[in-house]
Design a protein around this ligand. Structure first.
Ligand SMILES: *Cc1c(COP(=O)(O)O)cnc(C)c1O
Length: 388
């Protein structure tokens, strides 16, 4: 018997084989023209990204984390400001408000969508207002695993309280809501082009997408040390958040594949649903939301079942991952900020985050990429169900 073909958790090789010649030619052009940082490829990419998302402006930056940072810096967010964000997300979402001196206020997530729970968000905004120590300034909604958050509701809440709505779409580039792609639903959308994201380069890269021309201009200044019209006029405190030309050339080669890849991811999710639905908790989404299927995550009944299933998968040679094993408010880096966020007397500590805690015990992510075959998905599903 021959060994079955290995199943990758993310597969970047299959895609590279399709566009290798274009990538080589793009890199060779940059070696010739020599404009390695923010060269013409970056301008071309920005136009294409804005077009793809149906938004007014795209500003290429050095990573998804820097996209979040530049977007918050542009609002002047800092000490004394509360930034609301989910407790169940990647660390980068929470890191930036702290770096800027603001206070992250962790919000619980919805058990069905794994995205911000609007009722809990509303409650925590009210608590911050009631305490009066921090100003509610921004909400960072995350489109976790590729599924859009409920942006119309988040925007409405932000508008009511005069807050900035930032979409952390790092896992969701290409996702859509009510027929319109992520990019212009929030005041600004932070994208990551880390290699394993739905649109990834071969290094670090990111973009900020917005419909607001004034914000786009600020982002361009902030990513280049706060420069003004000329290079040596410094208008504000900025940072080095530039995108390099080689990463832009790689993204330009990959972007034409994305539409078809999103369809293939959706197909793989449908195969998973057919094989696993009813046996484990599978991702469900909600009406009007089109997931970009960046990560495919199921829920097992409890931590024990998850450990058992993960071991069975490993024995079968099928990769899996846990996104995320610990909610952010329990991470040493954030525990102290969490405690001072809301909860001065008479509250005696911030309200609990039970859904985020439970998801960390139960979640298990399966291989997901556009080059999975139906047979691959069947093998993964068999491995999941073997010791359930
Ligand atoms: C990947 C990711 C980021 C950070 O993106 P980088 O490009 O790695 O800086 C931010 N938020 C979420 C939810 C992510 O998954």
């Amino acid at each position: 018997m021959t060994e079955p073909r290995p199943i990758a958790f993310f597969d970047m090789k299959a895609q590279q084989a399709l566009i290798r010649a274009e990538i080589d030619a793009g890199i060779a052009r940059i070696l010739d023209h020599g404009r390695f940082i923010q060269g013409p490829e970056v301008d071309a990419l920005e136009a294409k990204l804005a077009g793809f998302c149906g938004a007014g402006h795209a500003v290429g930056v050095s990573s998804g984390t820097d996209a979040i940072q530049i977007a918050l810096m542009a609002e002047g967010i800092g000490p004394g400001d509360a930034v609301f964000l989910p407790a169940f997300t990647y660390t980068a979402t929470a890191e930036v408000p702290l770096v800027l001196g603001a206070t992250p206020v962790f919000v619980d997530v919805d058990p069905a969508t794994f995205n911000l729970d609007l009722a809990d968000l509303e409650r925590r905004v009210a608590l911050v207002l009631q305490e009066g120590r921090l100003r509610p300034r921004a909400v960072i909604g995350v489109d976790l695993y590729g599924l859009p958050a409920d942006w119309p509701a988040i925007r409405a809440l932000c508008d009511r309280h005069g807050m900035f709505a930032l979409d952390d779409a790092a896992q969701a580039f290409g996702g859509a809501l009510h027929g319109k792609r992520l990019g212009a639903w929030a005041h600004a959308t932070a994208c990551s082009f880390y290699p394993t994201k739905t649109l990834g380069c071969y290094g670090d890269g990111g973009a900020i997408i917005t419909d607001d021309p004034a914000r786009a201009e600020l982002y361009r200044s902030l990513r280049t040390h706060g420069e003004g019209k000329s290079r040596y006029e410094v208008l504000r405190t900025g940072m080095n958040g530039r995108l390099d030309s080689i990463q832009a050339a790689i993204l330009l080669a990959k972007l034409p594949l994305l539409e078809g890849e999103l369809k293939s991811r959706t197909q793989a999710a449908a195969w998973y649903e057919a094989a696993l639905g009813g046996r484990v908790t599978t991702p469900q989404g909600f009406a009007g939301a089109e997931s970009a299927w960046g990560i495919y995550t199921i829920l097992l009944p409890d931590a024990e079942a998850r450990a058992r299933v993960q071991a069975a998968m490993q024995a079968a040679g099928v990769p899996s991952a846990i996104y995320y094993p610990k909610p952010l408010h329990r991470q040493p880096a954030y525990a102290e900020a969490h405690a001072r966020g809301i909860g001065a007397p008479p509250l005696n500590g911030p309200p609990p985050l039970p859904v985020s805690e439970a998801l960390c015990e139960r979640c298990l992510s399966l291989p997901m990429h556009p080059y999975l075959t139906e047979a691959d998905v069947a093998r993964v599903a068999d491995a999941v169900l073997a010791k359930l």
